[in-house]
Design a protein around this ligand. Structure first.
Ligand code: FAD
Length: 803
């Protein structure tokens, strides 16, 4: 083994081998892969090798497509067969809801260029004769599903990488990692040490243990997973290879393996493997079978595919593989550690391994992953993901792998975990809660405790009239919303204003003022949007998306440009309440001595005030688009503040409202939000945030690229559409049609209760953004007329919030 290397990749499973190959592809030759045993000695060797393109996150789906298309390339370079069998795949729907879900998946696939098709049960039975038609309502056909040989794929990546200059050492275990002061690493192994500029943890089943070597606890857990292979079946003899098939009701997947069928299940009672520590002596081993555990799925399989019942079992495989709490990979650099990267938690290595390798290598080499990979960025998790949390969420995710997640369905594992002081108050007001970063927050309020429950649906549901009433209260009097679930950062010091001016695109506000600002990367793309509040000349409160806290901190760390500035995350130190509506000022004025008139406290003002005996910051701003105030207090004051506002609000019929009503109202105002309208694939002018980019400033990150976008106009445009629908609204990710072709995608949608019609926000190519007709949006398989609006649907001039 060499003693110096630019990159040390730890782990020779399919993911590590792909990372290594993708580092050599643009010409990095000085890269080394260290494998404890033989290549594939973790999860990889016993995988079923199935691959498919469909994923709940369209950006991850794109990388899955890339992975499948890559196999030809690595076969050609390496001369090693990947054993690719493209059989085509069926996803079977046993219920009407599942068929709706498939229609939505197909629609989403449209703008990703996927060739998916909804077919009848008869057609499904023609393609997959083993199924018993009476259990199904329809299916989705994907022509590029199939399976590969896990050994072949891993070795094809590895050989291709070696041909590109990489070195691979086997039978060498990394036992420790020591950081040097310049950010490089001493990689300690049982066969000598190597000094590496970068380390990539691709240690799969042991990624958690390798993480612990550098003091981090990665949110991953291995689950036992079983599949069986039947004896040879006469039904398959002399026939073309059977399709890959997913039967959601049985929680199983099935494909042909030689003369029999391979059948795997994601059973409800999944069992974690080695929940605290993965043994180092585990190698190409299998776990003891437990057919009892998968018996309920097998019973369904024998009913749905009757020929299986007589086929007998030739072999059972039980092996572990790792999951993150949401089932998507963990990729990227780790905040707080220089030059330490991860590529782990990859539960579908043969669909995702290529995309993970591509994203990581681009990111490491060019400083940017080159695609929107938020869905697999390791920074989407924060400090709340303890091992016990991960354990609960991974078990839930495993058990629901083939379950429908309805748009209004909140998952229940690991809850309630984090609550604010007013949790019981909101509960008493019949709040229906959602979970965001492990924190409970109210979604809507029901009239009684018994009715405080969502009825899951793709259509409008039981919350609809209550959200309407909440929006009505905000429009006509005043509503109260908890806003604790935002990320907050305190930025202080003599260099604070300077630093913010360079990191944010908008100008830094004066003391007592708020500025809304995008944050851009060097390519001029949106990587955040913040409310920047100036408390004092050298003291700011930054408010942004809580889920992106680690993402932002990682960026701030890399761009700590000015001396004399401290940045401190303080999300849970400051909790908040917002009041919004035409009576919000009168209400608050009863409780504060400060003059709240527009003359004294205009829109976008920010001030420390005493609200009764409560001390806090008051900002004159509201995401609802109404006259409104956001009040931030330390947790010890929140209950008193709530009681104060609730008491004074009685005479104004103050009504609590939740996140769902807020979403409806921000869509009416065409206000975008991070992870929906604002993502690193859009520029500020495309997203309609151009007015918040201050070119009067000589220097800020992304200035040149943003200027270019301004001049050229950008490739995309965010539009607001008025939709003609009956009982379902757009949710996000639906295709936007124009003149009979899919041209764009929806980012958010909802019913605008204040304007009494359905709305959607979405991106289309700039070239058609000026068209006034010809648009349609597809919702649950049906296309609906969509009228682009030239301005926000509600109070486009913004006079209500400025009044
Ligand atoms: C039964 C079963 C069926 C599956 N079916 C499918 C399927 O059909 N389709 C699909 O896409 N996926 C499937 N999977 C999942 C798939 O196996 C994983 O997604 C994939 O193997 C993950 O690869 P990896 O490289 O991240 O991890 P691993 O395969 O675990 O590789 C990690 C490697 O790192 C090495 N290593 C760890 N620590 C060190 C160290 N300290 N020093 C040196 N080396 C180290 C290990 O020896 C190992 O070789 C299945 C898994 C199982 C168990």
């Amino acid at each position: 083994m060499k003693s110096e290397t630019r990159v040390a990749v730890i782990g020779g499973g399919v993911v590590g081998a792909s990372v290594l190959y993708h580092l050599t592809k643009p010409g990095w030759k000085d890269v080394l892969l260290i494998e404890r045993a033989e290549l594939t000695s973790g999860s990889t060797w016993h995988a079923a090798g199935g691959m498919h393109t469909v994923n709940g996150d369209p950006n991850v789906a794109k990388l899955q497509q890339y992975t499948i298309e890559l196999y030809k390339e690595i076969e050609q370079i390496s001369g090693q067969s990947c054993g690719v069998h493209i059989t085509g795949g069926l996803m079977l729907a046993g219920t009407r809801e599942r068929l709706d879900w498939l229609k939505m998946a197909k629609a989403r696939g449209r703008y990703l260029g996927m060739d998916l098709e909804i077919i009848s049960v008869d057609e499904a039975a023609r393609l997959f004769p083993l199924l018993d038609k009476k259990h199904f309502k329809g299916a989705m056909y994907d022509p590029i599903e199939g399976h590969v040989d896990p050994y072949g794929v891993t070795h094809a990546y590895a050989k291709s990488a070696q041909l590109g200059g990489a070195e691979i050492v086997r039978h060498t275990r990394v036992t420790d990692l020591k950081a040097r002061s310049d950010g490089s690493w001493d990689v300690i192994t049982d066969h000598g040490n190597v000094h590496a500029e970068y380390v990539v943890n691709a240690a799969g089943l042991w990624a958690r243990e390798v993480g612990r070597m550098v003091g981090i606890e990665l949110p991953i857990l291995a689950m036992e997973h079983q599949y069986l292979i039947t004896g040879d079946m006469p039904e398959l003899k002399g026939k073309k290879e059977q399709l890959h098939c997913i039967d959601f009701e049985g929680e199983l997947y099935i494909r042909q393996e030689r003369g029999g069928m391979l059948l795997g299940t994601y059973e409800k009672a999944g069992v974690p493997w080695s929940p605290t520590e993965t043994p180092w002596d585990f190698g190409q081993d299998l776990l003891a079978n437990d057919l009892e555990r998968i018996a309920p799925s097998l019973e369904v399989a024998f009913e749905h595919f009757p020929a299986l019942a007589d086929a007998g079992i030739r072999k059972v495989v039980n092996g572990p593989f790792t999951f993150a709490p949401d089932g998507n990979p963990l990729v990227g650099p780790i905040k707080g550690l220089k030059n330490f990267w991860v590529a782990c938690g990859v539960m579908a290595g043969f669909s995702q391994g290529g995309g993970v390798g591509l994203a990581l290598s681009r990111w490491l080499i060019d400083g940017d992953p080159g695609a929107d990979i938020w869905g697999m960025d390791v920074a989407r998790y924060g400090d709340w993901t303890t091992p016990a949390y991960t354990n609960a969420k991974v078990r839930e995710n495993y058990s629901r792998r083939f379950s429908i997640r309805f748009p209004n369905e909140e998952l229940q594992a690991a809850r309630p975990l984090r609550t604010t002081p007013i949790y019981e108050r909101l509960q008493a007001a019949n709040a229906v809660f959602g979970d965001y970063c492990g924190l409970e927050h109210s979604l809507w309020f029901a009239p009684t405790a018994q009715s405080a429950k969502d009825e899951f649906s793709f259509h409008r549901s039981n919350d609809f009239p209550h959200i309407a009433a909440e929006c009505d209260a905000v429009k006509n009097s005043v509503g109260l919303l908890e806003i604790s679930n935002y990320g907050k950062f305190e930025v202080k010091g003599p260099g604070a204003a300077d630093w913010l001016s360079q990191v944010m695109a908008n100008r830094v506000p004066a003391v007592g003022r708020i500025a809304l600002t995008p944050m851009l990367n060097e390519r001029g793309k949106l990587i955040g949007d913040f409310t920047m509040c100036r408390v004092a000349p050298e003291h700011f409160l930054l408010i942004g998306t809580y889920a992106a806290e680690s993402y932002y901190l990682r960026w701030f760390e890399r761009h700590h440009l000015s001396p004399g500035v401290s940045i401190r995350p303080c999300a849970m130190e400051y909790v908040g309440l917002s009041i919004a509506g035409p009576n919000s000022r009168a209400l608050l004025q009863e409780l504060v001595r400060d003059d709240l008139s527009t003359a004294a406290f205009p829109f976008l003002s920010f001030k420390r005030m005493e609200i009764g005996m409560v001390q806090g910051y008051v900002g004159r701003v509201s995401f609802t688009g109404e006259l409104g105030f956001e009040i931030w207090v330390t947790t010890d004051y929140q209950r008193a503040l709530y009681d104060l506002l609730a008491g004074a609000g009685r005479k104004y019929d103050l009504r609590p409202f939740g996140g769902r009503a807020l979403n409806c109202m921000r869509v009416e105002k065409s206000f975008g939000t991070w992870t929906r309208e604002y993502r690193p694939i859009y520029g500020p002018f495309e997203a309609g945030l151009g007015r918040f980019v201050d070119f009067k400033k000589e220097k800020f990150i992304g200035r040149a690229a943003a200027m270019e976008e301004k001049r050229g106009g950008g490739a995309l445009r965010l539009l607001t559409f008025k939709l003609e629908t009956k009982d379902a609204d757009a949710l996000g990710d639906e295709p936007i049609w124009h003149d009979g072709k899919v041209m764009g995608w929806v980012t958010s949608g909802g019913f605008g209760h204040r304007v009494n019609h359905s709305l959607a926000l979405g991106y289309v190519p700039a070239a058609i953004a000026g068209a006034t007709s010809g648009f349609e949006i597809e919702i649950i398989g049906e296309r609906h007329h969509a009228q682009p609006l030239s301005e926000a649907a509600y109070d486009a001039k913004g006079s209500r919030m400025r009044t």
